[in-house]
Design a protein around this ligand. Structure first.
Ligand code: HMH
Length: 222
C-alpha cells in the first residue's frame, strides 16, 4: 500500500483553504461563462507582472536544486524545464494582451500582487532552504493547474475565447509537470529536518492565502 506523503497530509489538513484557492468565484465565473471581460483583462495584466517576478524566483529554485544535484534525482531537470517554459509564457502574455487590447506597459501592480511578488522575492534568499522553495513552487503551479483544469471539464461553459488561457495551466501536460514538482517536494520533505518541514508547511499556507488574494483582486471577492 502507498504511504501518505507530506503534501497529501497537508492537502487534507488545509482542505478548506486549498479549495478556496482553486475554486474561487473568478474561476467559477469563467467556468459558468459569466466572466466579466474587464475582470479577465485585469487578471491578464496583473498576472503578466506576477510572471515577470516569478522568473527570478524559479531561477533561484533552480540554483538551489543545482547545488544539491549530487543527490540522485533531486529534480534539477524538471525545474530547468520550468525556467525554459517561462520564456514562452512571457511571449504568450504579450500576444494575449495585444489580442484583448491590454497595454502591458501601463499596468500598475495592485497591492495584493505587490505583496505576492515581495513574498516571492523573499523566497529567493539563499537562507531559504531548497525544501521550502520547492514546496512553494509546487503549490503556486498547482493552484493554477487545479483552477484552470476545472474550467475545461466536460460540463463547463467556458467562453471559447478563454479556452486557450485555461489550457495553458489546465492541460494534462501542465498537470503532469505539477505532479513531477510534487514528487520532488515530497522526496525533499522525506529527508528534511523538523524545522524545514514546519517552515515548508507555513510557506504552503502562505502561497494559498496569496493566491486567494490574487483572485480577489480581479474579482472583488464576491
Ligand atoms: C498568481 N499564481 C499566479 N500566477 C501564475 N501564473 C501562477 C500561479 C502559475 O504560474
Amino acid at each position: 500500500e502507498a504511504k501518505i506523503t507530506m503534501t497529501e497530509t497537508w492537502l487534507r489538513k488545509h482542505r478548506l483553504l486549498y479549495v478556496g484557492s482553486t475554486r474561487h468565484s473568478f474561476i467559477h465565473a469563467i467556468r459558468d461563462g459569466n466572466i466579466d471581460i474587464s475582470a479577465f483583462k485585469t487578471w491578464l495584466g496583473q498576472d503578466y507582472i506576477f510572471v515577470r517576478a516569478f522568473v527570478p524566483f524559479v531561477a533561484s529554485v533552480l540554483t538551489k536544486a543545482w547545488k544539491g544535484s549530487n543527490d540522485r534525482d533531486n529534480g534539477v531537470e524538471v525545474i530547468l524545464g520550468g525556467v525554459s517554459a517561462l520564456n514562452d509564457e512571457i511571449s504568450w502574455f504579450k500576444k494575449e494582451a495585444s489580442k484583448w487590447g491590454v497595454q502591458l506597459s501601463d499596468i500598475v501592480p495592485q497591492k495584493a500582487n505587490q505583496e505576492y511578488c515581495s513574498f516571492l522575492e523573499s523566497l529567493t534568499s539563499p537562507d531559504v532552504e531548497y525544501t521550502v522553495a520547492i514546496v512553494a513552487f509546487w503549490a503556486i503551479e498547482t493552484v493554477y493547474q487545479e483552477s484552470f483544469a476545472h474550467c475545461l471539464e466536460d460540463d463547463s461553459k467556458t467562453p471559447p475565447e478563454l479556452e486557450e488561457t485555461c489550457r495553458r495551466w489546465g492541460s494534462q501536460g501542465f498537470g503532469e509537470y505539477c505532479n513531477s514538482l510534487r514528487k520532488i517536494a515530497d522526496r525533499q520533505l522525506e529527508n528534511a529536518s523538523d524545522d524545514a518541514i514546519t517552515k515548508a508547511e507555513a510557506t504552503f499556507l502562505q502561497v494559498l492565502e496569496y493566491e486567494v488574494e490574487f483572485w480577489n483582486m480581479n474579482h472583488g471577492g464576491t
